[in-house]
Design a protein around this ligand. Structure first.
Ligand code: FES
Length: 105
Protein backbone atom coordinates (compact mmCIF):
# COMPACT_ATOMS: atom_id res chain seq x y z
CA UNK A 1 0.00 0.00 0.00
CA UNK A 2 1.48 3.39 -0.93
CA UNK A 3 2.31 5.68 1.96
CA UNK A 4 2.18 9.38 2.68
CA UNK A 5 4.68 10.83 5.14
CA UNK A 6 2.93 13.78 6.74
CA UNK A 7 4.25 16.21 9.33
CA UNK A 8 1.54 17.75 11.49
CA UNK A 9 1.49 21.29 12.90
CA UNK A 10 3.30 20.16 16.04
CA UNK A 11 6.16 18.79 13.94
CA UNK A 12 5.26 15.14 14.46
CA UNK A 13 5.72 12.85 11.48
CA UNK A 14 2.97 10.38 10.54
CA UNK A 15 3.23 7.43 8.17
CA UNK A 16 -0.14 6.97 6.52
CA UNK A 17 -0.99 3.98 4.38
CA UNK A 18 -2.92 5.79 1.70
CA UNK A 19 -5.82 4.86 -0.50
CA UNK A 20 -5.19 5.31 -4.20
CA UNK A 21 -7.94 7.13 -6.02
CA UNK A 22 -8.71 9.41 -3.10
CA UNK A 23 -7.30 12.88 -2.67
CA UNK A 24 -4.33 13.50 -0.45
CA UNK A 25 -6.67 15.57 1.74
CA UNK A 26 -9.00 12.62 2.35
CA UNK A 27 -6.06 10.37 3.08
CA UNK A 28 -4.57 12.80 5.59
CA UNK A 29 -7.88 13.44 7.31
CA UNK A 30 -9.94 10.26 7.01
CA UNK A 31 -7.19 7.65 6.97
CA UNK A 32 -4.50 9.44 8.95
CA UNK A 33 -6.78 11.27 11.36
CA UNK A 34 -4.91 14.53 10.97
CA UNK A 35 -6.47 17.87 11.85
CA UNK A 36 -7.60 19.21 8.48
CA UNK A 37 -10.83 21.18 8.51
CA UNK A 38 -11.56 20.86 4.77
CA UNK A 39 -14.51 23.18 5.23
CA UNK A 40 -15.50 23.14 1.56
CA UNK A 41 -15.39 19.36 1.39
CA UNK A 42 -12.71 19.30 -1.26
CA UNK A 43 -14.20 21.68 -3.79
CA UNK A 44 -11.16 23.95 -4.02
CA UNK A 45 -12.63 26.98 -2.33
CA UNK A 46 -11.55 27.15 1.35
CA UNK A 47 -7.79 26.49 1.52
CA UNK A 48 -8.13 24.78 4.92
CA UNK A 49 -6.48 21.70 3.39
CA UNK A 50 -3.31 23.69 2.66
CA UNK A 51 -0.08 21.66 2.76
CA UNK A 52 3.52 22.18 1.77
CA UNK A 53 4.80 19.53 -0.61
CA UNK A 54 8.38 18.43 0.02
CA UNK A 55 10.71 19.93 -2.59
CA UNK A 56 11.70 16.46 -3.84
CA UNK A 57 8.06 15.76 -4.71
CA UNK A 58 7.10 19.02 -6.36
CA UNK A 59 7.68 17.76 -9.90
CA UNK A 60 6.04 14.39 -9.21
CA UNK A 61 2.63 15.51 -7.98
CA UNK A 62 0.02 16.37 -10.62
CA UNK A 63 0.37 19.93 -11.83
CA UNK A 64 -1.50 22.71 -10.11
CA UNK A 65 -4.49 24.00 -12.05
CA UNK A 66 -5.25 27.75 -12.28
CA UNK A 67 -8.32 27.53 -10.02
CA UNK A 68 -6.27 25.90 -7.26
CA UNK A 69 -3.56 28.53 -7.56
CA UNK A 70 -6.11 31.34 -7.34
CA UNK A 71 -7.28 30.01 -3.97
CA UNK A 72 -4.00 28.97 -2.35
CA UNK A 73 -2.01 32.06 -3.34
CA UNK A 74 -4.21 34.16 -1.04
CA UNK A 75 -3.45 31.97 1.96
CA UNK A 76 -1.60 33.95 4.62
CA UNK A 77 1.00 31.18 4.80
CA UNK A 78 1.54 30.76 1.06
CA UNK A 79 4.89 29.41 -0.11
CA UNK A 80 6.04 28.32 -3.59
CA UNK A 81 5.50 24.67 -2.59
CA UNK A 82 1.97 25.30 -1.30
CA UNK A 83 -0.79 23.04 -2.54
CA UNK A 84 -4.39 22.33 -1.69
CA UNK A 85 -4.29 18.68 -0.69
CA UNK A 86 -7.85 18.15 -1.93
CA UNK A 87 -6.61 18.86 -5.44
CA UNK A 88 -3.90 16.18 -5.43
CA UNK A 89 -5.20 12.72 -6.31
CA UNK A 90 -3.19 10.08 -4.47
CA UNK A 91 -1.87 7.06 -6.37
CA UNK A 92 0.80 4.35 -6.30
CA UNK A 93 3.03 6.75 -8.25
CA UNK A 94 3.12 9.00 -5.17
CA UNK A 95 4.27 6.27 -2.79
CA UNK A 96 6.43 8.03 -0.18
CA UNK A 97 4.96 11.49 -0.79
CA UNK A 98 6.06 13.94 1.91
CA UNK A 99 3.88 16.84 2.96
CA UNK A 100 3.68 19.21 5.90
CA UNK A 101 0.42 20.73 7.13
CA UNK A 102 0.45 24.51 6.77
CA UNK A 103 -0.44 26.63 9.80
CA UNK A 104 -4.13 27.38 10.24
CA UNK A 105 -5.51 30.77 9.32
S1 FES B 1 -10.86 21.20 1.25
FE1 FES B 1 -11.39 23.25 0.76
S2 FES B 1 -9.88 23.84 -0.66
FE2 FES B 1 -9.35 21.78 -0.17
Amino acid sequence: MPVIIATDRAGKEHRIEGKSGQSVMLNLREVGGLDIAAICGGSCSCSTCHVYVDEDWMDKVPAQQPDEYEVVEFSSHYQPNSRLSCQIPFSEALDGLKVTLAPEG
